[in-house]
Write a protein that binds this ligand. Structure first.
Ligand SMILES: *Cc1c(COP(=O)(O)O)cnc(C)c1O
Length: 422
C-alpha cells in the first residue's frame, strides 16, 4: 500500500504535474528501448524521423502555424533554452561566430515572477547573468501584468540595454495561470522583441475547443512555443517539444556541420538529418511513444481527455466550496492546479486573516507528513510570494474519477482534523 500509492500512476497521487500511466505510450516506450536507435540521422532511424516530422507538423498546425521548425528536446527546461538560443540568433546572427562582445549593449530578457525557474537559468547559462532576467510582477491570479512589462522594457531601453526576449507562461507550474498572450504580443511587436510561450504545462489544452480560449488565445503570434506531452497529455517521461515559426532556424542557429556525420552528398535530403539542429549530438527516441499514443487516442481522444481533466478539477473546486468549514479555496483555478488550505478543527470558525494563514501554512507540512506515513494519498504543498504554505493538487491522470477527488478531500479530513498548530 505504502509503495503503491506513492507511485505517480496511482489515482490518489495528486502531487506532480506528470501523473498517470498511459498503457499505449508504455508499449511504445518498451518498443523504443528494444529498437535502441539514435535520432541524429535519417539513415539509422528513418521511420522514427518521419514520425517526428508528422507529429511535430501537426502540433505546429494546432498552434496555428502553416510552416516552421520543431524539435524534441530532453525536457521543457532545455526546450526553453533552445528558444532562447534561436531568439538570440534571429536578432544577432553574428553571435554564433563572433561571440557576446559582438552584441551592442547588454541583452535583457523578461518573464513573470511566476515562471518556471528554467527561464532564469537561460540568463545564467547564456552569459547574460540572472540580474538581466527581469521578473515582471503578476496579478493576484498569477498572470503577468502587461503594463508592468512595458514599463520595465522602457526602463532598460532608456539605460542603453537591449531588451530582446519575453517569456510568457501558459499554465504556470504552481497556480496554473495563463499570461495574457495578445497583450504581450502587442508589446513584443512594438519593441521588436522575440516572444516565447512556455506552454510546457498548459500546451495540452490546445486540443480543447472548450478550454483553449481564452487561455491560449494569441499563441500563434509567438515566435516559439514549448509544449511537454509528458505533462498534461500523459505521454511517458520524457517527451518534450519546442516549436518555431521560422523554417530552418534550428539548423541556422545550431549547425556545426560535422563532416563525419552530416555529409551533404547523401542519397536523401540532408534536412532529415536532425542531429545538426541541436546542441546535443545523439538524441533519444522520444517520438514513438507519442506517435503510438496519438494513433491510439486520436486527436478527438486527446480532446476528451483534456476536457475530462478540467471537469474533474471543476468538480474538486465545487466540492471544496461545499465544505467551507474544512477547506479554503485560494483562487479560482484556470487549469487543473487547485490551490487551497485544509482547516483542522482547531482553526474552524476562526476569522480568516494573515495570522490564521500562517497557522494554515503550518498545517500543510504536518498533514503531508501524515499522508506519507499512512501511504494513502499524495498532495503537494509549497509557499509562494504572497502566502505561506498551501496545498496545490494536480489532476493530470486519466485514472482519476470523481470518487478519487472525494477520497482526496475525505482522507485529508480524516488524517488532518485533529492537527494542532501553534
Ligand atoms: C515542467 C515545466 C517546465 C520544465 O519541464 P521539464 O520537462 O521538467 O524540464 C518548464 N516550464 C513549465 C511551465 C513547466 O511546468
Amino acid at each position: 500500500m505504502l509503495v503503491l500509492k506513492k507511485n505517480q500512476s496511482h489515482p490518489h497521487f495528486f502531487n506532480q504535474l506528470s501523473c498517470g500511466l498511459d498503457i499505449i505510450s508504455l508499449a511504445g516506450e518498451w518498443l523504443t528501448a528494444a529498437a535502441n536507435t539514435n535520432m541524429f540521422t535519417y539513415e539509422i532511424a528513418p521511420v522514427f524521423i518521419l514520425m517526428e516530422n508528422v507529429v511535430l507538423e501537426k502540433m505546429r498546425s494546432m498552434i496555428g502555424w502553416k510552416t516552421g521548425d520543431s524539435i524534441l528536446a530532453p525536457g521543457g527546461s532545455i526546450s526553453n533554452l533552445y528558444a532562447f538560443l534561436a531568439a538570440r540568433h534571429h536578432k544577432f546572427p553574428q553571435y554564433k561566430e563572433k561571440g557576446l562582445s559582438s552584441i551592442p549593449g547588454h541583452l535583457v530578457m523578461f518573464t513573470s515572477d511566476q515562471c518556471h525557474y528554467s527561464v532564469k537559468s537561460c540568463a545564467s547559462v547564456c552569459g547574460l547573468g540572472t540580474d538581466y532576467c527581469i521578473c515582471v510582477p503578476s496579478d493576484e491570479r498569477g498572470r503577468m501584468i502587461p503594463a508592468e512589462l512595458e514599463r520595465l522594457v522602457k526602463y532598460h531601453k532608456d539605460r542603453g540595454n537591449v531588451p530582446f526576449f519575453v517569456n510568457a507562461t501558459s499554465g504556470t507550474t504552481v497556480l496554473g495561470a495563463f499570461d495574457p498572450l495578445e497583450d504581450i504580443a502587442d508589446i513584443c511587436q512594438k519593441y521588436d522583441m522575440w516572444m516565447h510561450v512556455d506552454a510546457a504545462w498548459g500546451g495540452g489544452l490546445l486540443f480543447s475547443k472548450k478550454y483553449r480560449h481564452p487561455r491560449l488565445t494569441g499563441v500563434e503570434r509567438a515566435d516559439s512555443v514549448t509544449w511537454n506531452p509528458h505533462k498534461l497529455m500523459g505521454t511517458l517521461l520524457q517527451c518534450s517539444t519546442v516549436h518555431f515559426k521560422y523554417e530552418g532556424i534550428l539548423l541556422n542557429c545550431n549547425a556545426m556541420s560535422a563532416e563525419y556525420l552530416f555529409m551533404t552528398d547523401k542519397i536523401y535530403d540532408p534536412k532529415y538529418d536532425t542531429g545538426d539542429k541541436v546542441i546535443q549530438c545523439g538524441r533519444h527516441n522520444d517520438i514513438f511513444k507519442l506517435w503510438l499514443q496519438w494513433r491510439g487516442k486520436g486527436t478527438s481522444g486527446f480532446e476528451r481527455h483534456m476536457d475530462r481533466l478540467m471537469e474533474l478539477a471543476e468538480y474538486q473546486v465545487r466540492r471544496i466550496k461545499e465544505q467551507p468549514d474544512k477547506f479554503h479555496l485560494i483562487l479560482e483555478p484556470e487549469m487543473v492546479n487547485v490551490s487551497f488550505w485544509y482547516l483542522p478543527k482547531q482553526l474552524r470558525g476562526v476569522p480568516h486573516d494573515a495570522h490564521k494563514e500562517i497557522k494554515l501554512g503550518k498545517v500543510c507540512a504536518k498533514l503531508k507528513g501524515k499522508m506519507m506515513q499512512s501511504g494513502t494519498l499524495m498532495v503537494g504543498y509549497q509557499p509562494d510570494d504572497r502566502r505561506p504554505n498551501f496545498f496545490r493538487s494536480i489532476i493530470s491522470s486519466a485514472a482519476v474519477t470523481e470518487k478519487d477527488v472525494d477520497f482526496m478531500l475525505a482522507e485529508m479530513d480524516r488524517l488532518g482534523q485533529d492537527i494542532i498548530v501553534d
